[in-house]
Design a protein around this ligand. Structure first.
Ligand code: AMP
Length: 171
């Protein structure tokens, strides 16, 4: 089974020039979804973190499944205004304008080691913002892992010295 066969390319979504990697066929197939989680888990099986931080929204799907697989806790990073309790926020630059990510103030303890999970690394801005947010409350990002890396966009560079793992990489 090749995971690539379960990822559907959608040209010009959500805007012209973007080739969107649609992971819903992978999620819809129990064996493909299981294989994706097993492969992600294998990438990070030497980690000593205790929690997975999943990034809205497809990072929740992979992050929560991985948390159960590895016996970790889970906490979400969401877009601004979505979390109900007190939050910390990090603003980051987009191609045009800015965006915010938020996390509950008590999602990560000072000194706690966590793993950051998302479905896909493109320019790296979202994951880099997540690492800044976690570090702003004293957390330690042991590794960042995604299912898909769009390597031609060079997003890894935004992660600095953080350990990075991907299951699939597109050049
Ligand atoms: P970036 O901040 O540029 O690394 O973008 C990563 C976030 O945007 C991830 O949460 C992805 O789900 C989403 N994303 C960006 N580009 C794509 C793409 N080509 N296909 C699917 N999702 C994408």
């Amino acid at each position: 089974m090749k995971l690539e066969d379960y990822i559907r390319d959608i040209p010009d979504f959500p805007k012209e020039g973007i080739l969107f990697k649609d992971i819903t066929p992978l999620l819809a197939d129990a064996n493909a979804f299981r294989l994706a989680i097993t492969k992600l888990a294998n990438e990070i099986d030497d980690c000593t973190a205790t929690k997975i931080i999943g990034i809205e929204s497809r990072g929740f799907v992979f992050g929560a499944a991985l948390a159960l697989e590895l016996g970790y806790g889970f906490a979400p990073i969401r877009k601004k205004g979505k979390l109900p309790y007190d939050t910390v926020s990090y603003e980051y630059a987009l191609e045009y304008g800015t965006d915010h990510v938020e996390m509950h103030v008590d999602a990560v303890e000072p000194g706690e080691s966590v793993l950051v999970i998302d479905d896909l690394l493109a320019t790296g801005g979202t994951v880099a913002a997540a690492t800044h947010l976690i570090e702003s409350v004293g957390g330690h990002v042991e590794a960042v892992a995604v299912l898909i890396e769009l390597a031609f966009l060079g997003g890894r560079k935004k992660l600095g010295s953080h350990r990075f793992h991907t299951v699939l990489s597109y050049d």
